[in-house]
Design a protein around this ligand. Structure first.
Ligand code: HEC
Length: 251
């Protein structure tokens, strides 16, 4: 009976593990890799600036305090105030959108979601793809649609940087009359201030910052990992010296 129960709980545990890993990899199979580096402080600093300049007008990050970001990103209080705090007075305030949620919902038909935990719910790769895959769509109220979120009400707020691109779709009609549409690629129709590579870098930094606020401990884990490896290395040296010492007389 005891064995059976242990077996059942082991089974339940492995089912949980499978479920969580399944969730983590999610349906990101077709997504372009964001390539973010959570340990790159400069990328995080640029991402924070991008977020404040281009996103915080509509989106809040209300679980995040300015001074927490300042500390992680190694910014002085003055740098924090000068370069990030447009919507707040005090460094302990959280990041609120400049636009009231009710107005935003009325204007866009949908309130811009809080972005504090967006990287956790949708994944960093998803956000990277979302921000790079806006394309012109005449029939949309914002003039654009998005490959990741069909019919999205978010305007292409980064169009000045990326320029506009058109999406090329092909429709195939099979013999039984059913029609399928496949996405073939993008075609740049107007240039932005950045070339494709620069824009990808800009989005990567922004997504890096969003992933960071979703899980600030990530950067710490990296640093901790280095210490652990260093400790193991020195421990190995000491252990081998000790071994030599102990076996000296026997040999
Ligand atoms: C002009 C207002 C506005 C700005 C500025 C803006 N957004 Fe949005 N955003 C929206 C709206 C509205 C939605 C809801 C879209 C929907 O659900 O169709 C949204 C949705 C999103 C989503 C969720 C997408 C999903 O799949 O549910 C993400 C991620 C996002 N925005 C990221 C950003 C980032 C990053 C920036 C800055 C580069 C930004 N947004 C700037 C209005 C804005």
């Amino acid at each position: 009976m005891g064995n059976l129960r242990r077996f059942a709980s082991l089974l339940a545990l492995s089912a949980c593990l499978v479920a969580t890993t399944g969730h983590a990899s999610g349906d990101s199979g077709h997504l372009e890799d964001s390539g973010i580096d959570p340990g790159d402080i400069h990328s995080l600093q640029r991402g924070a600036r991008n977020f404040m300049n281009y996103c915080s007008g509509c989106h809040s990050a209300r679980y995040v305090r300015y001074n927490t970001i300042g500390k992680y990103l190694e910014l002085s209080e003055q740098q924090l105030i000068d370069s990030l705090m447009f919507n707040a007075e005090k460094t302990f305030e959280t990041i609120l959108a400049s636009m009231p949620t009710d107005d935003a919902a009325r204007w866009f038909g949908k309130a811009p979601p809080d972005l504090s935990l967006m990287s956790r719910s949708k994944g960093a790769d998803y956000i990277y793809n979302f921000l790079t895959k806006f394309y012109v769509a005449e029939d949309s109220a914002t003039g654009v649609n998005n490959l990741m979120l069909d019919g999205t009400s978010m305007p292409h707020v980064l169009w000045e940087l990326q320029g506009y691109q058109a999406a090329i779709f092909k429709t195939h009609e099979s013999e039984d009359g059913s029609v399928t549409t496949t996405f073939e690629g993008f075609e740049q129709i107007s240039a932005g201030l950045m070339n494709a590579e620069e824009y990808a870098g800009f989005v990567r930094d922004t997504v890096n910052f969003l992933a960071h606020i979703g899980e600030p401990i990530r950067s710490d884990r990296r640093k901790l990992g280095v210490w652990v490896l260093m400790f193991l290395f020195f421990f190995y040296i000491i252990a081998s010296m000790l071994k030599k010492q102990i076996w000296k007389d026997v040999n």
